[in-house]
Structure formats: C-alpha cells, structure tokens
Design a binder for this molecule. Structure first.
Ligand code: PLP
Length: 407
C-alpha cells in the first residue's frame, strides 16, 4: 500500500484564508440579513485597465487566424514581455537585469512556493514573522522545516525573524546563519517597507554569509515614499545573492488573469559554482508550459504609456482607501500601521483581544471581515490586517461601523 507524503500531514489545520472563509460563511448562514464588508483577503476589486482589456481582445482575435494563432508558449516567457519587464521594471531604475534573466510565470504564489525546489533539503530558511504563509508552508511540504511546536506555532528548523512594533515591523539580522532568507517589502501583512540603506544591509549580509535572499516585490507598485526600493537589484551586489518575485496581481489587477515573473540573475551561484539560473530554467521547462499568449500580451500592455497611467490611477484609488482606513483607525484610538507604501493596514487588536477574538468580534458587531494577524506567524498574535482593496464606499462604511462598535 502506498504512503502519502507525510510532510503534508505536518501542516497545521487549513490554509489561513480557508479558515477565514469558513467562519465568514458560517456567520452569514446564521445571519442572512447581515451586510458583510470584506476587508480580509487581499484580492483586488477594480476591473482591469482598458489598455489591458484591449490587448486581450486583440490577442484573442489573433487566435482565429492560422497566421497568428499561437500554441504552446515558450516556457520561459515570450521575448516581448521579458524585454518589457527588463526595460521598465529594472533597467529604467538603474538595475542591471537582462531579459533572459526573467522567467515569466502564472504568478508569485506558485513561484514563491516552487523556488525552494532548486535548493538542497537541508538548507535552512529564515522568514519574517509575521509573513505571507506560503513561504513556510511550501518548505514544510518539502520536508525542510523540522518538527512543529503547536504551542509556539513554530517549526524547529525555521529561523523566525520577529517584526514587531519595536522594530518598526522590520526584521533584525538573524543570530543563526540561514541559507535562504525570505523578504517581502512592502510587506504582507504588516504593510511595512524598508529604505534602501536597510535593504542594502541585507544584501551585504547575504553576500557575506553565502545566503540567498528571495525577495517578494508583489506590492512594489504601492510604494509612495522616496528612498524605498522597488526592486532589490537597486542595491549593490544583489545580483550575486538575490532572486526576485514579481506579480501582476496587485500591481495591475491580474489576480484572476494570472501573471508573474521571477528574476534569477546569472551571477547567482552556490558554493560549488552552480548557477541557479540554469536550475530554474530546467525546472520551469520541465514542470511548466508557459503563461498563455493572450495573458502575456495583456501583461505587455501594462508597460505602454496608457497602461501605466491607468494602473497608476487604479493603485491610487486603493491607496486612497488605505489612507482613509489608516487615518480613521488612528483617530478612533487604534494603534494602526502600514497603509502608506502598501494596501494593508495592520492594527493592534483592542483590549488585549487575541487576533481570532477580534476577528469574531468585528464580524459580529460590525459585520466586517478582516484577517487575524496570528495566521501570519506567532508575532502576529494580537494584531489584525485590513485591506484597502474594497471600494471607497465600503471602506468608509466599514470605518463608520468600527467607530460605532462598542468595545
Ligand atoms: N506574494 C505575496 C506577499 C502576496 O501577498 C501574494 C498574494 O496575496 C502573492 C505573492 C501572490 O501573488 P500572485 O497572485 O501573483 O500569485
């Protein structure tokens, strides 16, 4: 009789957002009259920019003609998109990244989960705490994380880097030396961002100890402050120590369309001189058949002049919500963070409530759904995440209800 992968069985409970959905649905079933406002899952709500829609239509029409029909896409991505990303996201920012160092994919979630496959099983990971849960869970599935301590909600072989109010929600350099360091700035869930000098410190550290930084830039379009890097390759020396994950989901509204890219510079080599670029190309070619042509054309449209203007407008609308939510919470006396370089607002649960207690309280008394901070890691306990991805009207209504909610 076969045996299922036992590493999967070590994962505690269900994925965070499945639990949020289950609890919300149970509440709705019991209170069908409730007008729920969802500020929980980080999903966009605005329609795709017109430039993207127009590119999709044209690319679809091409498929009706045998001269322009496309079958399998090149598994590493079409040159037109790889070139647009290299030029606009990197070279225009002074980053030395070439088109053939960019691997197009269906999004940053799958890449962030799959990238660990090109590293040995005994590599030690370091993660920010709290953090996007996929980084740890995918390493659990790969059998890299040791034993789970249910009390502490930590894995024995994972280095947790607490990101707390005291540290401005940024991690300190770890005492134990990791092999892989996951960094995500602007951060999900705390909304924190780091200045260039701070990120440079991480690049210097990784180069010194021989670690790889997996830098998730899914929210870079939301950066509003000067001197906050949009890419880790703005730092000197990042080509020899960093992989960067990019996503069109939050940057351009592609959560349903699906498109992302991962950058693996050719200079990034392990202790034996093995280039990770070749390994990721081999992995991609074996396990992935390429993002659809029509979607890659839609991605290309994000880099046109009109596409960029429309996306900036879209991001601006979400950031207006973020500012409103943040300022409202502060004025009600909540401790609230983020929302300046990020669509996430991170708040302290009032009256010493745990994250899940506040989740239930908010759902019951304000009919607002958020995300419990403890679901992102032990240091997230007593915190709570709200997103700015709803409509302005819903953001205003949610704040009105929170203000009216007796504590
Ligand atoms: N990375 C982070 C930090 C995220 O928060 C998310 C989605 O919420 C993703 C990646 C997923 O990106 P994608 O939709 O491109 O898979």
């Amino acid at each position: 009789m076969f045996t299922a992968n036992q590493d999967y069985l070590k994962l505690p409970g269900s994925y965070l957002f499945s639990t949020v959905a289950k609890k919300t649905n149970a509440f709705i079933a019991a209170h069908p009259e409730a007008k729920i406002i969802r500020l929980g899952i980080g999903d966009v709500t605005q329609p795709l920019p017109p430039a993207v829609i127009s590119a999709l239509h044209s690319a679809v029409d091409e498929q009706a003609n045998s001269a322009t029909f496309r079958g399998y896409a090149p598994d590493l991505g079409y040159d037109f998109l790889r070139a647009a990303i290299a030029q606009t996201d990197y070279q225009a920012r002074g980053c030395q990244i070439e088109a053939d160092e960019i691997f197009v994919s269906d999004g940053a979630k799958s890449d962030s989960a799959n990238i660990q496959e090109i590293f040995e099983k005994d590599c030690r990971i370091a993660v920010c705490d709290p953090v996007y849960p996929v980084y740890v869970d995918s390493n659990v599935m790969a059998g890299r994380t040791g034993e789970y301590d249910a009390q502490a909600e930590t894995w024995s072989n994972v280095i947790y880097m607490p990101c707390t109010q005291e540290t401005g929600f940024a991690p300190e350099l770890p005492e134990q030396t990791p092999d892989l360091i996951y960094l995500c700035f602007p951060n999900n869930p705390t909304g924190a961002a780091v200045k260039k000098a701070e990120l440079q410190r991480w690049v210097d550290y990784a180069n010194k100890v021989g670690a790889v930084i997996i830098f998730d830039s899914a929210y870079e379009a939301y950066i509003s402050e000067e001197d906050v890097p949009h890419s880790i390759y703005e730092c000197e020396g990042a080509r020899t120590c960093a992989i960067e994950l990019r996503s069109f989901s939050k940057n351009a509204g592609f959560t349903g369309l699906r498109l992302g890219a991962t950058v693996v510079p050719k200079d990034l080599k392990d202790r034996n001189g093995v280039a990770l670029h070749g390994l990721w190309a081999r992995r991609h070619g074996t396990k992935y058949n390429g993002a659809p042509y029509i979607v890659q054309r839609a991605g290309e449209a994000c880099y046109s002049e009109e596409g960029r203007a429309q996306i900036a407008q879209m991001v601006g609308r979400y950031m207006k919500n973020a500012g409103y939510i943040r300022e409202s919470l502060l004025s009600f006396g909540y401790e609230a963070f983020g929302g300046v370089n990020s669509p996430y607002i991170w708040l302290k649960a009032p009256k010493g409530m745990t994250s899940w207690e506040f989740f239930d309280y908010l759902l019951e008394h304000a009919n607002v759904v958020g995300t419990p901070g403890s679901g992102f890691g032990p240091s997230g306990e007593h915190y709570f995440r709200l997103t700015a991805f709803g409509t302005y009207e819903n953001s205003v209504e949610a704040m009105k209800r929170i203000q009216a909610m007796a504590l």
